[in-house]
Design a protein around this ligand. Structure first.
Ligand code: NAP
Length: 527
């Protein structure tokens, strides 16, 4: 039987034997289903801790009768305990030679690869991600850890000898950890974002209080286990489950938390940003929402454009921060493009995303179904529904959060082009020129990803020069606005999509978890 770590799958490529991948996934998903229903503690300073509050019951969006597990509802006291544990561990971890931290984190990357199918199966059941996307998420987790380890190695631990102004001095510049980071993750890339944010902070020498999304605590628990098994010492990575609305402020505004790394929605990120620096300015690394446009010009290869938009709009049910949720198509090719997109979308296979041939799974929860219903109602008033707008009638899907992918044509001034919905809903607007498309694209408060399909290099260059987004793709058939990878596509949100201007997957990421110290030593000549 092939080993998990030998079957490599990214979001857009694989060299693996796919028959073997599917066989292994089927076996592992059955094992994981058999483990469902467990009761799981918090882990603080390496010890299991239970809460007196009613537990959070984690059900599958595929079938809400399936209880995947029960997780603790942490209280403010648990947050205090976890922050204290992280504070107690921070000096030993931060002062450890960086090579030792890197060795432990590289072992964690191997641990992810060994447990890749299990991590993928859990997240498929927990968040409704299809099997290839789930495997890609797990693979990316391992690559993120390794890429951030490499950043530390390439920078020699961020220690540099500086110029000497006088002959009696030596100056050394070092980047040092801040201390304790709160790490708060969203549901949609529950492994890759959790591992990505936390591994960079750990490699830099910080300790962590980690809170996964309430819709993805099981994947979060696996993140904890991988670090523990790789040799991350007790207290360095603490695992808390609980609703952000209840304990979020206790964690992010805690006086002994030295920095925040958060990926999630803009409203929550803004709340954290405005509240975190009450006594002094603390590092606050935020990766937020998106409203990602694809621009289709009259010179485009329309088959590539339709395929690229299809993949970015319907992959993970449009619940990627980079999902394509709006299209600006040139009037001369609008009908032809829409016809191709609708033809592909009509053939989409909706169902249990752990099954091999299913592309579109459920949305994450009942609230997301309501959001989608609200979009549909608005579209009926403001535009024209071209496809979808209803829920699947298959009784086998009745207990899951399933909705049909919905395509609407809307006037350009509709807010359907501006608001992030995070459900399978795509708004299409017709434009007369590239400049008009760019103006419309840049009108949104978000600036995460964007794509263009054009046969003219000068149009592509103009798009790169003018689009206000941190990630820009041209003619990407494998995903018009999606598909970043560590070391290949840094993932930086501009405007309302992010805070620091330097993104995950990119070359400047690890350094953001460190602060500079200049060390000057004077050696007076002997008298
Ligand atoms: P979310 O509702 O903002 O939740 C994200 C995390 O924040 C969850 O762990 C949540 O806990 C927690 N939280 C909620 N309220 C909080 C508070 N007051 N203080 C501190 N933490 C709090 O986002 P989501 O629905 O999980 O994820 C979707 C969003 O993330 C979208 O906007 C998407 O675009 C964005 N995203 C961005 C990127 C990127 O790289 N830019 C990547 C992925 C996702 P609970 O689960 O308990 O509510």
């Amino acid at each position: 039987m092939a080993r998990s770590e030998d079957l490599r799958i990214t979001y857009t490529s694989t060299s693996a034997d796919m028959a073997e991948v599917h066989r292994l996934f089927d076996t592992v998903v059955a094992d994981v289903r058999a483990q469902a229903g467990g009761v799981h503690p918090l882990f603080i300073a390496g010890e299991p801790v239970e809460s007196d509050l009613p537990r959070l019951v984690n059900t599958s969006p595929i079938d809400t009768d399936v209880v995947l597990g029960e997780f603790q509802s942490a209280t403010a006291e648990h947050v205090d305990m976890a922050v204290a544990a992280a504070q107690a561990a921070r000096r030993a971890w931060g002062n450890r030679p960086w090579q030792e931290r890197v060795a432990i984190l590289r072992e964690a990357a191997m641990g992810v690869r060994r447990r890749k199918f299990e991590i993928a199966a859990v997240m498929a059941l927990e968040v409704g991600k299809n099997r290839l996307e789930s495997l890609g998420d797990a693979e990316e987790s391992a690559d993120l850890i390794d890429y951030y380890c490499q950043q530390m190695e390439d920078a020699n631990g961020f220690v540099q000898t500086m110029n000497a102004i006088t002959p009696i001095e030596t100056n050394t510049d070092v980047l040092r950890p801040y201390g304790v980071f709160a790490c708060i993750a969203p549901f949609n890339f529950p492994a890759a974002l959790s591992f990505g944010m936390s591994s960079a902070a750990l490699i830099a020498g910080n300790t962590i209080v980690y809170k996964p999304a309430t819709d993805a605590p099981w994947t979060g628990l696996l993140v904890y286990e991988v670090y523990r098994d790789a040799g991350v010492p007790p207290g360095v990575f603490n695992f808390l489950t609980g609703r952000g609305a209840n304990i979020g402020d206790n964690l992010t505004f805690h006086p002994d938390v030295d920095g925040i790394v958060f990926t999630g929605s803009k409203p929550v990120g803004m709340r954290i940003f405005h509240g975190v620096s009450s006594n002094w300015i603390k590092p606050c690394l935020l990766e937020l929402g998106g409203k990602n446009p694809a621009i289709i010009m009259d010179s485009a290869d329309l088959d590539a454009a339709a395929e690229g938009v299809y993949k970015s709009a319907w992959g993970l049910q449009n619940q990627k921060c980079s999902a394509c949720s709006r299209v600006y198509v040139h009037r001369d090719v609008a009908d032809a493009f829409v016809e191709k997109l609708l033809a592909r979308t009509r053939d989409i296979v909706i169902g249990d995303p752990t099954e091999q041939h299913v592309y579109l799974g459920p949305v994450i929860n009942a609230k997301a179904v309501k959001t989608w219903e609200g979009c549909v109602a608005r579209a009926r008033e403001e535009g024209e529904i071209l496809l979808g707008g209803d829920r699947p009638s298959d009784p086998a899907l009745a207990r899951g959060h399933y909705v049909n992918p919905t395509v609407v044509k809307a006037p350009l001034d509709s807010d359907l082009f501006m608001d992030e919905f995070f459900v399978p809903f795509l708004a299409i607007g017709v434009v007369d020129s590239l400049d008009q498309a760019l103006t419309e694209a840049n009108r949104a408060e978000y600036g995460l990803t964007a794509g263009i399909f054009s046969g003219k290099p000068e149009e592509v260059q103009h798009f790169f020069d003018e689009i206000e987004s941190g990630v820009a793709y041209a003619n990407k058939r494998s995903g018009a606005t999606t598909g970043a990878w560590p070391g290949a596509q840094p993932f930086t949100g501009w405007k309302g999509s992010g805070g620091s201007g330097k993104g995950g997957c990119g070359p400047y990421y690890v350094a953001q978890f460190m602060r500079e110290q200049c060390r000057t030593v004077i050696v007076e000549p002997a008298k």
